[in-house]
Design a binder for this molecule. Structure first.
Ligand code: R5P
Length: 289
């Protein structure tokens, strides 16, 4: 098996290669220093893949990385790979899994359709849509849980309790709490707009406790900031935010000052990346057979 990492998932690709003892095929992402002046992408495989099972690792975010993914998948196929497994750690454009209004694009399906052109199967993690959509993708697709990684990290940080900021994250907090060996609770969140959320008042047993807020995605940090303020007002001693995908857009850094620490995985590399999901993806790749 050989691993090819896209430019946004290079360190995760190396970590997965170590876990699976597969070799890395290096990629050149520029033809000339500085790349193309118009921003177009370039890829070149720097090693052979003929007859190999290749695992291509690349998040489809931000937009140019989607094009890069497609170029890499096409180049791997043209170079004669026998089997191509796509590992898309963060499935960008995964939010829309339904057509709410006539004429809308179902963006998760659009991306999956293009991945399926060259790939035989897909592994992703905490897709922002209902994971049921994976059953309707035009290639075999599996959602790999990042919660074991989050749970391990929170266990070693010695948190007392986990909190889901909304019902959507309840399943995640529950899974992480099993691994961390601590109880969990949840809040009811109402989204007012893309930047504002409201949390229903609820008594939480957090006085003097070290609490971790667990979510799939941190985008603007609005959800986390609102939950953290609620925890502080109820006497929490220390508050950390833990997420699988750290997008950190807009005023996220400002909002996250409401927390003592922020922990994100390496599905999207950032200064908050403190835990790797390589063991989870390596196990899922092995399970494909
Ligand atoms: C949706 O509800 C997700 O689980 C996250 O809570 C949401 O994407 C976080 O967004 P933001 O950081 O902008 O509040």
């Amino acid at each position: 098996m050989k691993i090819v990492g896209g430019s946004t998932s290079g360190s995760l690709a190396k970590a997965i290669a170590r876990e699976t003892t597969a070799s890395i095929v290096d990629v050149a992402f520029e033809k000339h220093g500085g790349g193309f002046p118009d921003g177009e992408q370039y890829v070149r495989l720097l090693g052979p893949v003929k007859g190999d099972h290749v695992v291509l690792i690349q998040s489809t975010h931000p937009d140019p990385r989607i094009v890069e993914f497609l170029l890499l998948a096409d180049a791997i196929r043209d170079a004669g790979a026998r089997r191509l497994t796509a590992v898309v750690p963060y499935f960008g454009y995964g939010r829309q899994d339904k057509r709410f209004l006539e004429g809308e694009a179902v963006s998760a399906k659009t991306i999956a359709k293009h991945i399926a052109l060259d790939c035989d199967e897909l592994l992703t993690m905490a897709i922002p849509a209902n994971p049921q959509i994976l059953q309707n993708f035009p290639l075999p697709a599996h959602d790999v849980s990042g919660m074991p990684a989050i749970g391990r990290s929170l266990k070693s940080a010695k948190v007392d309790v986990l909190l889901a900021p909304d019902r959507g994250a309840l399943r995640l907090a529950k899974e992480a709490s099993t691994i961390a060996g601590v109880p969990f609770d949840f809040l009811e969140k109402k989204r007012i707009d893309s930047y504002t959320v409201k949390i229903e008042p609820k008594a939480l047993a957090v006085k003097g406790k070290f609490v971790a807020i667990v979510d799939d995605v941190i985008s603007t940090g609005g959800t986390i900031a609102t939950a953290a303020k609620e925890l502080r007002s109820q006497g929490a001693r220390r508050v950390v935010a833990a997420c699988v995908h750290g997008l950190f857009v807009d005023k996220a850094e400002e909002n996250l000052k409401a927390c003592d620490d922020v922990i994100a995985t390496d599905t999207i590399q950032s200064k908050f990346t403190k835990v790797s999901v390589a063991p989870e993806f390596a196990a899922a790749i092995r399970a494909l057979g």
